[in-house]
Design a protein around this ligand. Sequence first.
Ligand SMILES: [Zn+2]
Length: 271
Amino acid sequence: MKPAKLSLALPRKIELAQMEGTTDGPRPPSNCASEQLAKINAMPQVKRPLTAEQVYVRGSWAINDQPWHNGYRIETPGIQKIAELAIGAPVQANHDTYSGIDALPAGRIFDGSLARRVDGSTWALLWAWFVETDLTTELVQRMDGGAISEASIQILFEELECSICETDMYDCAHVPLQMYDGKPCEAIVRGVTDFLELSMVWAGMAKGTEWILAASRAREAVPAERMLAERSQPYWGKLFAGQPRPRVTLDESLFAVQQTGAVELDLFGSQ
Ligand SMILES: [Zn+2]
């Protein structure tokens, strides 16, 4: 019996040593510049001053004014509004705000600005801080390594306008992404009133979103025609004819659309 116990103990010791080695390995760079740290510590949510070593700072090309995979598009002034309203909003995973402790914020946005790219698109570039924990260390490692790559926003807005007839998208008969006299129909989001959260997502409804390190390259031209062809399939139909207007929460992640009952019913339930 004794030798058997010893043989069991030995691999366990090795296992522990390996785990300790992994834990002690290099953590991702903080990338928190001094002026960023000052902004973070000025946020009302921060209850005790943080040092640069205690946080990770990462940026997100969060949203732009170009057409999404589903034919929605936010008007350009809305992008400016988002860059302002997002400050103080949480960073979530997959728009999940309900799943207990797992749905609590991983980080929070402390800065936002407008950025224009050479292709003419206008972006909200948002900056978030993540207090260093085992969880955020893992998330940031996955961000830096490219596994967690895309972002998605959740906002409130006043009006969804049809680009063809310029009336309320919920009342007209046009369908986003369908062609009318050679022009694609777009559902234009007007009157952004609030920013609820920024999520890390497997794939965003907006094209070209990404998470970045402060010093990482900024992509100038993002190939828009790619991946997930099903996200471009028309599913709107005349779904809103005679139906109560859906809630005005706009969640541009397909994942989240599938997760929210009311919207799911309208968008997917009666093709
Ligand atoms: Zn229309």
